[in-house]
Write a protein that binds this ligand. Structure first.
Ligand code: SD4
Length: 326
């Protein structure tokens, strides 16, 4: 179910929390605004919402209880920016844009990325909310986790959206079988009325990750890739799998060579399935869009939803393909 080529403004985002941001950003595009402004605006709204436990404020912390944020933005190979491991500022996508626009670099990481943000006028904010801290404490004291060798042997848990909103429930998301919520990156692709594509990808990463871990989301070509001459793609899910196949770059290059968005995503997800020993909690989903506005989404496993936003509003839908339906 891909749409016809168009210059009608279009926003395609990961997961069902995305209308919050996409609906706020669509008026910019509907008024003739810029795709990059729209994706950063959408990401910022989602990052600022403390009830979303996988992006920005309220994100679940690392194994030591610290929240760290990753993000990137991109419009072309020569126009991209990223930040990793931001711990003092809530809006990494907007900071990534400043890295792109105000430095000669692409990526800043850690404390220095926060220092850069402060110099750029971004306001610091505590990222760890009481809810997220509570989930971390439940995780820390859950024997199904601490009996495993510290950090290793701990499987990446399922996506927050797939966890039935168990955050805040008496046992927390890690009650029961030890599987839990973790990783719902917001990936946003936009096409503006001038036919310009842009993308943003923002996450707090895998919950309870080893401190310092960086996933695919802020890495150009992995969590996001945009080239006006070929298309745009972004990814969500277990970053280590996406990284192994340079997922978003692969999808865009497949489209450059003539694949449809769906064919391109299936190639990337198929490589992950073929090359990794997947466990139950592994999930990857991808979005792809051509410069003409043709788009598709697909996921390895059931549970993923995309959000498509037009002038008429947002629709949350199932992906066009699920590679391993059961
Ligand atoms: C990561 N890919 O840090 C991100 C998490 C994610 O849906 O996308 N979750 O591995």
């Amino acid at each position: 179910m891909t749409s016809a080529a168009q210059r009608e403004p279009l926003i395609l985002s990961t997961w069902s929390f995305a209308p919050l941001g996409a609906d706020a950003a669509m008026p910019l595009l509907a008024a003739g605004g810029d795709a990059l402004d729209a994706v950063v605006a959408a990401a910022t709204v989602i990052e600022d919402d403390p009830t979303i436990h996988s992006v920005g404020v309220g994100g679940l912390p690392d194994a030591e209880g610290r929240v760290s944020l990753d993000a990137c933005v991109m419009t072309n190979p020569d126009r991209c920016g990223a930040v990793c491991n931001v711990q003092r500022h809530p809006n990494p996508a907007a900071i990534a844009r400043r890295v792109m626009e105000n430095t000669i670099h692409v990526t800043l990481a850690g404390d220095e990325a926060d220092d850069f943000a402060t110099r750029e006028g971004f306001v610091e904010r505590a990222l760890l909310t009481p809810d997220a801290q509570r989930e971390w404490q439940l995780w820390r004291h859950n024997p199904t986790h601490i009996n495993r060798e510290k950090y290793r042997g701990w499987l990446p848990p399922m996506n927050v959206e797939e966890m039935d909103n168990r955050i805040g429930a008496p046992g927390g998301v890690f009650a029961g079988d030890g599987a839990g919520a973790s990783h719902d990156t917001v990936g946003i692709l936009a096409l503006d009325s001038h036919g310009v594509l842009a993308g943003a990808c923002s996450t707090s990463g895998m919950a309870f990750k080893v401190p310092g871990r960086v996933g695919d989301s802020p890495i150009i070509g992995q969590g996001l890739y945009v080239d006006q001459t070929a298309g745009a793609a972004c990814a969500t899910g277990t970053g280590e799998l996406i990284t192994g196949v340079c997922g978003s770059f692969l999808v865009v290059e497949m489209m450059r060579r003539g694949a449809t968005p769906l064919e391109a995503i299936k190639e990337a997800l198929g490589r992950i399935i073929a090359r990794f020993s997947l466990v139950h909690d592994h999930q990857v989903a991808m979005l792809a869009m051509t410069p003409g506005g043709e788009w598709a989404t697909a996921a390895i496993r059931p549970g993923f939803h995309h959000t498509v936003t037009t002038r008429e509003g947002s629709r949350v839908e199932d992906p066009h393909a699920v590679m391993l339906p059961e």
